[in-house]
Design a protein around this ligand. Structure first.
Ligand code: CA
Length: 230
């Protein structure tokens, strides 16, 4: 395995058997694993060790997963990708997790292969995103220039469209809720009842219409995400 594909993962999970199984699965692939059995210690480790990805259980003693995620987002000096684990495939749990800043979600029980694949995607994407340029499939965003292109072709975006695209790209492969996007873009001063609608339309015209495959996907009942096209 290429050393660039090795991630440092922090597992915060109170179930000993599950924690051991996950750690073994990561270590078998050569990844570096730290773990914590409760929320407060997990948050401390996440802030100190700067893992490439945190696997965070929702139900934890001490401080629950939503609160750990919220505090990590508020207090850490950099973005640490979080994959949240939940026992139920509940929309409420999902929305709560995304609102707290989780990047991705996995419902128990899950296949270890899927956990590894998602964590690798998050960890590698995280490192790819620490510079000025973000690359997702054929999409390239230059955060220093504030510009985006697809297949090398510059996208003609208005400021709000660019900001929506950047939010989605920084969250990739995760999904952002409608309310998260609205809050990130307009804060408390939301201009009208459905401000995203026209901006998403214009963004799709620029990002997707000239190309064979669409990258901006609506996740019904949850929000929006980008899908890599190659
Ligand atoms: Ca638990």
């Amino acid at each position: 395995m290429d050393s660039q594909d090795i991630v440092r993962v922090l597992i915060i999970e109170d179930n000993l058997a599950l924690r051991s199984n996950m750690a073994a699965a990561f270590e078998a692939e050569g990844h570096i694993v730290d773990f914590a059995a409760e929320g407060t210690a997990g948050l401390q480790l996440a802030m100190q060790t700067h893992p490439d990805v945190v696997v965070l259980d929702l139900g934890l003693p001490g401080m629950d997963g939503v609160e750990v995620c919220r505090q990590l987002r508020a207090r850490a000096d950099r973005h640490v990708p979080v994959l949240m684990l939940t026992a139920r495939d509940s929309l409420e749990d999902k929305l709560g997790g995304f609102a707290a800043g989780a990047d991705d979600y996995l419902t128990k029980p899950f296949a270890e292969a899927e956990l590894l694949a998602r964590c690798l995607a998050l960890g590698v994407r995280h490192r790819a995103g620490t510079g000025h340029r973000l690359q997702i499939g054929s999409l390239c965003i230059d955060r220093r220039l504030g510009s985006a292109s697809r297949h090398g072709q510059a996208l003609n975006l208005h400021q709000t469209g660019y900001r929506i695209l950047l939010e989605l790209a920084e969250a990739w492969p995760g999904t952002l809720t409608r309310s998260h996007l609205v809050t990130r873009l307009w804060g408390e001063d939301v201009p009208d009842s459905d401000p995203l609608r026209s901006h998403l339309y214009l963004l799709r015209q620029a990002l997707d219409k000239p190309f064979a495959t669409a990258m901006l996907e609506t996740v019904h009942g949850v929000g929006f995400r980008l899908v890599a096209d190659s």
